[in-house]
Design a protein around this ligand. Structure first.
Ligand code: OSB
Ligand code: MG
Length: 370
């Protein structure tokens, strides 16, 4: 296929409720939507998951825009691409900027699947027709509010509860949740809020039968995590630290992680995500799909990825209505009894809703091949 045209739409949407982590609170979500078109008029869609500020990784919406416009688009526009797996080698001369790469590569994956009359799940080698989903709940200062929120999500049917922890908002929070919900599948995500000096405190979490603790230590660490894991019975799951298959291999070999949270944007695209999946499957390391508070297009990519066989733990891919008054795809992503039914339409399987997109679009740029 030949990439003839690329459109970048800059979006600004308000989330229904603010989301708080150990590094701050977010309610206004800015993101990029990419549309690629081939010589036959097929289109493919991708979403950049970088936030406005660089608190999760170093990328931002504006750095993504710069890298996509000035470096990535010139590498694919007008080019013949046989398979989306080839895109990462085209991008090999550009260091990092994984979320920018994933947005372009994701749109090309969708295009490829549509052109070949496959669902994105089939194109990736996925096997499931429904996926299990959990919920990630932001920090609530008040324990009673958090307990009420957890109860509400259990009632809706979410299969696993993840709560955010940070120093002075950890052991007591988990103890309180366990008191109310002794059997629920529960995990905690620290988003790098601790250091090895907090090992004694983190060991107290072992008393609460958590499925895992996500990214307790530095965003770029795999050494201290290995030291910490030796002291904990609770499995460590790395998120921020894993940017590639090589990172995953080293972390697994060191014993820094027993579970991996795979995010397509963080690892630079679906091809790399699939490689990490395959490696972890060989090693007996379970994976699950993380979330970046995506709108519908990014969410659809997550759903397709989660159909791969080693995604055996519920992901952070909640339904559209958890985040948005109105999502930018139709139909929206719906969770029923804790499951999302994998769509059967070609490509991502959800139609971008141009009317809704126009409402939240703040800029639009087009790039044509001569
Ligand atoms: O660490 O998984 C994380 C949201 C933004 C940045 C990082 C994370 C998260 C979440 C929410 O936990 C996942 C979601 O609901 O999309
Ligand atoms: Mg995380």
């Amino acid at each position: 296929m030949i990439i003839k045209k690329i459109t970048i739409r800059k979006m600004q949407m308000m989330m229904k409720t603010p989301f708080s982590t150990s590094f701050g609170t977010l309610q206004e979500k800015d993101f990029l939507v990419l549309e690629v078109q081939d010589e036959l008029g097929n289109t493919g869609w991708g979403e950049s998951v970088a936030f406005r500020a660089p608190w999760y990784t170093e990328e931002t919406l504006e750095t993504n825009l710069h890298i996509i416009k000035d470096f990535l688009i010139p590498l694919v526009l007008g080019k013949e691409i046989g398979h989306p797996d080839d895109v990462s080698s085209l991008f090999a001369t550009i260091r990092k900027n994984n979320m920018a790469k994933a947005a372009v590569e994701g749109a090309i994956w969708d295009l490829y699947a549509k052109r070949n009359k496959l669902t994105l799940s089939q194109a990736l080698g996925g096997e499931r027709d429904k996926i299990e989903v959990g919920i990630s709940i932001g920090i609530h200062d008040d324990h009673a509010d958090l307990v009420a929120a957890v109860q509400e999500f259990i009632n809706i049917g979410y299969k696993r509860i993840k709560v955010k922890i940070k120093p002075n908002h950890d052991i007591a929070v988990i103890r309180e949740l366990r008191k109310h919900f002794p059997d629920v599948l529960l995990m905690a995500d620290a988003n790098s809020a601790y250091t090895l000096q907090n090992a004694e405190l983190l060991k107290q979490l072992d008393a609460f039968n958590l499925m895992m603790i996500e990214q307790p230590l530095a965003h770029d660490d795999i050494i201290d995590h290995a030291v910490l894991q030796k002291q904990l019975t609770t499995p460590i799951c790395l998120d921020e630290s894993i940017l590639s298959l090589e990172d995953a291999r080293k972390a697994v070999e060191l014993g820094s992680t027993k579970i991996i949270n795979v995010k397509i944007g963080r690892v630079g695209g679906l091809t790399e995500a699939k490689k990490i999946h395959d490696y972890c499957m060989e090693q007996g390391i379970p994976v699950w799909c993380g979330g970046m508070l995506e709108a519908g297009i990014g969410r659809a990519h997550n759903i397709a990825l989660t159909t791969l066989p080693n995604f055996i733990l519920p992901g952070d891919t909640a339904g559209s209505s958890h985040y948005w008054e109105q999502d930018i795809i139709s139909p929206e992503v719906v969770v029923e009894d804790g499951y999302i039914r994998v769509p059967t339409g070609y490509g991502i399987g959800y139609e971008p809703n141009l009317t809704v997109m126009e409402q939240f679009m703040v800029d639009e740029m087009q790039f044509d091949s001569k």
